[in-house]
Design a protein around this ligand. Structure first.
Ligand SMILES: [Fe+2]
Length: 713
């Protein structure tokens, strides 16, 4: 096979659906073929069953897995009805993601024979082939289209083409053999690496994140959304760091110097007993390099391959010895240097079968070699290897762009990696194909992981700022975030917003300087009141609740998970901008406090809201008897409550109503009138305002809160 004929990921647009169908059919078969061809390098059946590295499955799993993925996703999407082999499809379903470098998996499997898996792959190929030939197709193909699932299966196999090639590279030499379709670069071992120099990258402003409505090419969920970049000027190394450049770090004792390593990196290094890059082989006084299928004399001018920790330690050493602020690039900086180098982002521009001398020619997508090549071979403007050769580790852990949504057919592709423990790699390697080869793609791995990955460094005074990937997963907090900022259920209007609207209407022409939202929880009413008042204070007993309001006021956005059923969750995001509240964020502040024992500073208000608060207090009477001290004369107090008196919040003797008194019903409203009568006049209510709190996808709490508004006399 001529590697350069391996097709790139197809455009999902175009005028001719039947032409597109044939293109996708070819793309599917070419990918399926190339994947099977990779396994031809294994020298014997035993090579399928001996684990290349302890923490991953043996290769027989990966041989079956990419076929099973098609079937599992197509069944899930309702595109095929019949499983092909339920037994194999449960065995090959999920790759055990290594949870950490010391997390050993001892589960035993009764693996099938290689021939049985080959027959299974043949059957899957036929089923997918038939589907591609018959499934109705209209263009463009969007992410909700059934064809998206077919492309998902193909792109998934292309990812495993690369990750399996790494496992094969980690296999013992006796289990592999050279193969004409997997010829490495033969550049010779004697070539010295060039002296690396720095290239000035100018400031740049641009937008990252793809539009789900206009996909162009297949993409994984993490590529979609919005991220505005304003990148300052910095310098980037002209070449990827070569084996020779890295040798200086090894020879300077870099692997033995704890001060160059972060805590996590030092722990990995000690666990792995690493003293040099993993694919380097010491042979007496000489160094050799393990390629996928053979060992060769060290090509010093090829890029070094490391994990993130080693790259980071090198940068620390380089910074120390050069006196310059050397570090890895951030994702924004990598995109800035790509723009600077003139590498386009559309698949037609990808170097799948490039014309000679094209500025985007690169050692990528199996278009050149089945290995790395000299760092001087592919120039991209003033830089070399902006894409291709080896992946480039970044300083940035993967995080969701604004507007991130999971794809419903593969909802755990990215979300498990939003943990600040998976760092992005960019640029692709010699075997990165399809979506992997797109500069728009965003792949992330655990920091100790090995891929065909190295790095380039940057020199910048700016710190590597990290966006957050955090999701609020505390169940109670998340329910309240949804209650305040999420969807409306059963036609019931957003409760805090409705209360604020009632309050603002009741205020009329009264002064509207300061308002207090007592028991503000996650703070929606605080923000809503700030549409009218000059300054609003949200106050809650729970610091966890206050943290949500504060985070929204500071960042304008937060992410949370909602329980769907059992352990299944959905991923959600809310933003002040989408609620029309960005402009008022500067007028709010949040504090922790006890409504029954307020600090003196919380006074002089024109309006006080106590929403669903009084039946949660340990002493509601104490609160009601003193709250007038906080209000200006003529100011309003708004109380809302479902009057759900519960002994765990309020001892029975502290209830202010909801019981028989002198043989007659004594309601909470009766109690309010008795306690507030001396300082307040009831000016509105009582009236009921409904609210709905979502507990799971199928369980909702629907309540009626009684609203009364009192004027301070
Ligand atoms: Fe997979």
């Amino acid at each position: 096979m001529n590697p350069s004929n391996f097709p790139g990921t197809p455009l999902l647009t175009g005028p001719d659906a039947e032409l597109k169908r044939r293109q996708i059919l070819e793309y599917f078969h070419a990918t399926f073929d190339r994947y099977e061809q990779l396994f031809e390098v294994l020298s014997c059946d035993e090579a399928y069953y001996v684990k290349p590295i302890a923490l991953r499955h043996p290769l027989i799993f990966y041989f079956g897995h990419t076929a099973t993925f098609f079937i599992n996703k197509l069944v899930l999407a309702g595109l095929i009805e019949q499983r092909i082999n339920p037994g194999l499809e449960s065995m090959f379903a999920i790759g055990v993601d290594e949870m950490s470098w010391d997390d050993l998996n001892d589960v035993r499997y009764d693996w099938p024979s290689v021939d049985a898996v080959r027959r299974y792959r043949h059957d899957v190929r036929w089923a997918v082939d038939q589907l591609i030939r018959t499934q109705p197709l209209t263009l463009p193909i969007r992410w909700e289209d059934p064809w998206w699932i077919i492309l998902m299966g193909i792109e998934h196999e292309r990812i495993h083409l690369e990750t399996s090639s790494v496992l094969i590279r980690q296999h013992q030499l006796k289990y592999v053999r050279t193969h004409p379709a997997w010829e490495p670069c033969r550049s010779g071992a004697g070539s010295a690496a060039p002296q690396n120099t720095l290239v000035d990258i100018p400031p740049a402003d641009f937008r990252m994140g793809r539009d789900r409505g206009d996909p162009t090419i297949y993409g994984w969920d993490n590529e979609f959304g919005r991220h505005e970049v304003s990148s300052a000027a910095f310098q980037a190394s002209r070449y990827l760091v070569s084996n020779q450049e890295f040798l200086a770090f090894v020879e300077a004792g870099g692997y033995a110097d704890d001060t160059l390593w972060q805590e996590e990196g030092a722990a990995w290094r000690k666990f792995a007993q690493a003293a040099h890059p993993t694919f380097w082989v010491k042979d007496g006084p000489q160094w050799r390099l393990r390629l996928m299928l053979e060992e060769v004399a060290m090509p010093w001018d090829w890029p070094v391959e490391t994990n993130y920790h080693e790259a980071k330690a090198f940068c620390c050493w380089k910074a120390r010895t050069s006196g310059q602020p050397v570090r890895l690039p951030t994702e924004d900086e990598w995109q800035a240097l790509r723009h600077f180098a003139g590498i386009d982002d559309l698949p037609g521009d990808l170097p799948v079968d490039p014309p000679a001398g094209s500025p985007t020619t690169a050692n990528i997508g199996l278009s050149q070699y089945a290995s790395s090549c000299p760092v001087t071979q592919f120039a991209h403007g003033a830089l070399f290897d902006v894409i291709g050769n080896v992946w480039q580790w970044l300083e940035t852990p993967i995080y969701p762009f604004d507007g991130f949504e999971v794809h419903p057919t593969y909802d755990d592709f990215t979300t498990p990696t939003f943990d600040d423990r998976h760092n992005l790699l960019k640029g692709g390697s010699w075997i990165s194909c399809g979506n992997e080869a797109s500069p728009l793609s965003r792949y992330a791995f655990r920091r100790h992981f090995f891929q065909h990955a190295g790095f380039r460094y940057v020199v910048s005074d700016a710190p590597a700022t990290q966006p957050t990937s955090h999701y609020e997963t505390d169940r109670l907090i998340s329910e309240y975030i949804e209650f305040h900022y999420g969807d409306e259920y059963f036609g019931v209007a957003n409760f805090p917003r409705t209360l604020a609207q009632l309050a603002i209407a009741a205020m009329g022409d009264k002064p509207a300087r300061k308002a207090l939202d007592l028991g503000c929880a996650t703070g929606r009413a605080t923000f809503e009141l700030a549409r009218h008042f000059d300054q609003v204070t949200g106050l809650d007993f729970s610091a966890r609740f206050i943290g949500i309001g504060t985070q929204l006021a500071e960042r304008g956005r937060l992410r949370y998970t909602l329980t769907d059923e059992g352990e299944l969750v959905s991923y959600k995001e809310c933003s002040l901008a989408e609620l029309g509240l960005s402009d008022v964020a500067r007028k709010v502040e949040f504090f922790q406090g006890d409504a029954c024992n307020l600090k003196p500073v919380f006074s002089g208000y024109d309006f006080v809201l106590a929403a669903n608060l009084i039946d949660r207090l340990y002493s509601p009477a104490m609160f009601l008897e003193t709250i007038h001290q906080r209000l200006n004369p003529g100011g309003l107090l708004m109380l809302t409550s479902p009057y759900t008196w519960l002994p765990e919040h309020t001892k029975r003797e502290e209830w202010i109503g909801g019981f028989k008194k002198d043989g007659e019903n004594f309601t909470t409203l009766d109690g309010l009138k008795a306690l507030l009568g001396g300082h307040f006049r009831l000016v509105r209510g009582p009236e009921s305002v409904p609210f709905v709190i979502r507990e799971t996808r199928r369980k909702f709490q629907h309540s009626l809160s009684e609203v009364t508004i009192w004027e301070r006399i």
